[in-house]
Design a protein around this ligand. Structure first.
Ligand code: HEC
Length: 140
């Protein structure tokens, strides 16, 4: 499980770089992650109409409206927490949203080409690039 200070650092990093700097480099990487792991539930456009997502009692969030629902500001820290899966721990009850922090971490650790001591950093990079991609989906 990701520790609080790591998450705090990650949020700070995103804020420091303004998202935009990361976005230029990583949005296409993030787009691929999104296509591989998120589209089934959240849909191509992020509207929450993926073919699995429509089956849930609680539909997946419309990921295009994250900024609009937060006074026009993309809530990077909240989004990072949602992806890592921390929010379900704080909230009451279950969520259908998988815990991606743990998933990306174990996937990274399984890779024969990645040094395990770099795994946490690489996992953070993956999460940040998908967050950048989500930022690029925002509508007014
Ligand atoms: C198995 C279906 C499923 C998959 C796959 C999935 N999600 Fe979700 N996601 C949900 C559901 C359902 C919700 C809404 C309920 C909740 O927030 O717990 C949600 C909520 C979210 C939220 C919170 C939005 C808000 O309102 O703050 C974010 C961010 C998010 N997903 C990102 C992702 C990303 C990024 C991926 C791919 C790495 C992904 N999701 C893959 C089902 C899924």
């Amino acid at each position: 499980m990701v520790k609080t200070f790591e998450l705090a650092g990650l949020c700070a990093l995103f804020t420091l770089t303004g998202g935009a700097a990361i976005q230029a480099q990583d949005a296409s990487f993030g787009a691929n992650i999104y296509k591989d792991y998120c589209v089934v539930c959240h849909g191509e456009s992020g509207a929450g109409d993926g073919m699995v997502g429509v089956l849930f009692a609680q539909p997946p969030a419309d990921l295009r409206l994250l900024a609009r629902n937060n006074n026009g500001v993309f809530p990077a820290a909240q989004v990072i927490e949602a992806i890592y899966g921390r929010r379900s721990i704080q909230a009451h009850g279950q969520t259908e949203m998988p815990i991606w922090g743990d998933f990306f971490m174990s996937q990274t650790l399984e890779s024969p080409t990645i040094d395990p001591k770099d795994a946490a950093m690489i996992t953070q990079g993956r999460v940040l690039s998908v967050v950048s991609f989500l930022e690029s989906l925002q509508v007014e």
